[in-house]
Design a protein. Sequence first.
Length: 312
Amino acid sequence: MPLVTSTEMFRKAYDGGYAIGAFNVNNMEIVQAITEACREEKAPVILQVSKGARAYANHTYLVKLVEAAVLECPEIPVVLHLDHGPDFETCKSCIDGGFTSVMIDASSKPFAENIEITKRVVEYAHDHGVVVEAELGTLAGIEDEVVVAEGHASYTRPEEVEEFVAKTGCDSLAIAIGTSHGAYKFKPGTKPQLRFDVLEEVSRRLPGFPIVLHGSSSVPQNYVEMINTYGGAMPGAIGVPEEQLRRAAELSVCKINIDSDLRLAMTGTIREFMATHPDKFDPREYLKPARANIKEMVRHKLIHVLGCAGKA
Ligand code: G3H
Ligand code: 13P
Ligand code: ZN
């Protein structure tokens, strides 16, 4: 089937108490690993491309890689999504260039400005059959510790969500409930805990509306150890516990964003290969096990975290 929007996927995910995996793609091996796992597990999937990915690999290469995956995996629905679109022009370029979904991230702007920018993207996107994810609240992180301590200023304010969704017409909403981007999400020695009270209040105010969680890598400790064993230095890397993501997926969260975990699997595998095969210099020899390990990680998430295996 051709690329689809996320509308039908989210409706089924909401009703079924599971979430769709939204995985960041930057090269062929990552696209292949994700889509092969999804095809084998019969899971719908969102492949997302950041501004950085477009700068690295080029828009056309990424679109063509995803189109190739769609041809190879005709049984599963695939969405091509812009991750963290920074402005109208970037969103327009992706809408005009074959994407079926875009995120406009104006969450760092004041509320009224966020509404204004998001609304403009929604109007253009909907005119072209493309759906829009928007964001309210800024993701917490270790570097935001002070802000969080001062009255939870980073978390999404549930009292704002109805007005935001009504005025913008966005199709899904990313909220901040304690996740953060990257591999250092919580302070070592503290108990990672998402703000389910905020999620539940948002859902109560937006019944049936799909919620998105960014910064949802779990930072598997086997890959952190692998990286540290083979010359890397990632002390204190900690992610979101899988059981909390599972709980979010059972609630109103329909899209869970994962990038860092793919990077950890790829980097750990390549570091180990390089260290244990100092004589090898064919990139296919280290990209192959890296791709295989990403695939197994994605498979695990589809079955045990997202709950979307068998839902295609
Ligand atoms: O949310 C950020 C994603 O992990 C994409 O990261 O901007 O380095 O491609 P990137
Ligand atoms: P992670 O850094 O936790 O993988 O989050 C990725 C993300 O939110 C992409 O938008
Ligand atoms: Zn993100």
